[in-house]
Structures are given as C-alpha cells and as structure tokens.
Design a binder for this molecule. Structure first.
Ligand code: ZN
Length: 386
C-alpha cells in the first residue's frame, strides 16, 4: 500500500465519519421517533374513540392498514333479498339499573350465562371469526363429530369472508352478532352502538339470508346503556360460564383441562376461531368433544339451549358424572387442578361464573381500558389475519 493509498483511505474514512455524523444530526433514530409518536398516537386514538369514526378506524387499523382508512369504509348496500325473519320483540319497560335489567332480561329469556342446569347438554360457542385460517379447520372437526355450534361473528369479517359465514350456516351452525369491529361497547355513544349492531346483523342477513337473534358483547362488557340498546334490537344476550381463555394461547392441554373442569349441565363454552392464532383451540377441540361425549353430554346450538331452558325432565335427569381433567400429562398445568378444586368447593358443576365485565356508568379508567383492549385486539387481529 502506497502512502497515497493510505492518505486516500484515511480521507475516505474521514468522509464516511463526517457523513455518518451529519446523518446522525439530520435524522433522529427510529426509537426516538417512536418514543415521540407513541403518546401522540394514543391521544389521537383516545379522541377518535369518542368520535363516531372510531368503528371504521378500527377496521382500517386492523385489516388493511392505511389503505382502507384512506379509501374510507365501503358503504353497506341494503339487503338485496331480505328473507322474512322471526325477529324478536324488545322487552318493554326495561329497568334503568344494570342488575335489575339483567334480572328482567333473564326472566324474559333474553340474557343467558348458561342453559338448563338439569339437562346434560352444552353449547360450544366460537367468537371473533370468521377467519380463513382457523374457521375451516374448526368446521371440519365439528362436521367430523356431527356437532352443531354457535359462531359469534364480527361483522366486518363476515363482509370479508362471506363464504365462511355461508359455510357455517350450511353446516347447521348458528351465527350470532359480535359487533362490526369487535367494539368495546360501554365506551361508545348509543348511536355508535346501534351502528355496530345494525351493520353486523345486516351483513349476516345479506350473506346468509338469516338475521341473527343472538348477540354477544365483545369482552362480555355490558352496561345499562349497552343492554338498553341490545334490547332495542330485540337481541338475546349470550355470555358464558365456561371460559378456557384460549385466546391467551395457554397450551392445548390447558385449554382442554379448563373446558372439562368447568363443564356441567347447561354450560355455555367460550372458545375463539378468530382474533389470533387458534391452532391450540383447533388441536384441543377433538379431545373436548370426545371427553364431554364420554360424560354423556350432548352438544347443542344456542337456539336449542334456549329452547330447552325451561324443560323439566319427567324422571330425574341422570346427571353426568364430572370427570377429573386428565392427569399426569407432561405439560399438566397448575391451573387445571386448581380450577377443579375451586369448582368442587363451591359444590356447583361449573355453573354461573359471572366473569364478564359490567359497568353501571363508564368512568375514565373503563374508557381507557376499553381503548387499550380495542387497540390490542385490532393490532393482534392485523398481525394474524391473512
Ligand atoms: Zn370477541
């Protein structure tokens, strides 16, 4: 290497250093940008949450990102061939307070945590779909076992994947309304709630020809205002009393163990076919069906569970013997035996566990929680929805 070469190299290194230095001055690092933008984004989202645009924004974020957001939401065309539907009447003179509302709605068979606790039947419910990766696999398993279930579908996903909603109906399942964009209803204005519910019932009817009569509030979150609006639509609210929290991806065995531990006569079992990777739920389902069948449970749709609610067997119903969750599995979770013991102590068979969220009024904290859970759901849904 000559001296000239060395000088050139040195100069080049110097230039590079300088250039690097300049870049550093001109462009802040991505982390700095993120740090500066994050609070701004949160504030914007909070403001939007309170505006009427929120439902549509969620769709923008969660599915097509900015493209859809810029384009605006496709407008929903009116039902092309409306099929006459046995729409339910609203419950008249609904009380103002939440607890009284629930009691009144329950008395009118319009609010359910569980079915008939004297019958050996359970309802499988799948939320947050339809999803092109998960739903066909679950449908295949259900078909294989001749099991009919209830799908609480998200309106905007029904619009995206209408063929999946049609397949659910063709296979003998029932579709319920789970809002347009998986909205956290207690944080919305009455008009926003109406839009979320109406658009979803419309698209389900448009796609399948059947208008839903069942409704499940996302996160199980209800307030007095929420129930008032649901009642306006004459919908029956379905919560659950068997929640394996499969959405948290706790492991296939844990999902199986939790469902079996909390299963009893009239159980409404909550599982998910959307909102994330549901391979564990899919893997768990055959065992759940086999085990519950071995305990002489029958699988029914929500329509059947409601129809059987007041049925009283002439002779004492042979109560299925609850079976302990399988033991000795290498991945045996701590939570399963615990859940079982808790259930045994209370002497019930996995009945009313009021695990859902209720708000008489919606304080700031609840709104924040709502916004955060909404953002989490939207981001999660975006990352996994093909
Ligand atoms: Zn949901």
């Amino acid at each position: 290497m000559t001296t000239n070469d060395q000088t050139r190299l040195h100069l080049a290194a110097h230039d590079a250093k300088e250039a690097h230095g300049q870049t550093k001055v001109r462009k802040p690092s991505p982390f700095t940008l993120l740090f500066l933008l994050l609070p701004l984004m949160l504030i914007t989202l909070s403001l939007l949450m309170l505006s009427d645009q929120f439902a549509d924004l969620t769709v923008g974020i969660s599915l097509h990102g900015l493209i859809l957001f810029h384009r605006g939401m496709p407008t929903l065309s009116p039902t092309s061939s409306p099929t006459p539907q046995p729409t339910q009447q609203s419950v008249k003179f609904l009380p103002a307070a939440l607890a009284a509302q629930i009691a009144d709605l329950e008395a009118h068979d319009r609010f359910f945590y569980h079915g008939n606790t004297g019958l050996p039947e359970v309802a499988l419910t799948f939320d947050d779909g339809p999803n092109p990766a998960n739903t066909p696999q679950l449908l295949a398993i259900l078909k294989n076992y001749h099991v009919q279930a209830t799908f609480f579908d998200v309106g905007r996903l029904v619009k995206l994947y209408p063929y999946l909603a049609r397949q659910e109906i063709a296979d003998g399942h029932i579709i319920g309304n789970h809002t347009w964009s998986h909205a956290y209803l207690p944080a919305l204005t009455p008009d926003m709630m109406r839009k979320q519910i109406a658009k979803t019932s419309d698209i389900i009817q448009q796609v399948t020809g059947i208008r839903p009569i069942f409704f499940r509030p996302p996160y199980g979150a209800v307030s007095a205002k929420v129930l008032t609006i649901i009642n306006e639509f004459g919908l029956t609210t379905v919560i659950w009393n068997n929640d394996a929290q499969d959405w948290s991806i706790p492991g296939t065995f844990t999902i199986i163990a939790r469902v079996l531990a909390a299963a009893g006569p009239g159980a409404i079992i909550l599982l998910h076919d959307g909102g994330g990777n549901r391979s564990q739920t899919i893997a768990a389902l055959p065992t759940i069906i086999q085990q519950l069948r071995a305990q002489h449970f029958q699988f029914v749709t929500m329509a059947q569970l409601v129809a059987d609610y007041h049925y009283k067997a002439a002779s004492p119903t042979p109560t299925p013997t609850p079976t302990r969750p399988p033991r000795g599995h290498p991945h045996s979770p701590q939570s399963a035996p615990f859940a079982w013991q808790k259930e045994k102590r209370s002497g019930s068979q996995g009945l009313v566990q009021r695990t859902h969220i209720q708000y008489d009024s919606v304080p700031v904290a609840a709104r924040t929680l709502g916004i955060l859970s909404q953002v989490r759901w939207a981001v999660f849904s975006f990352t996994v929805t093909p």
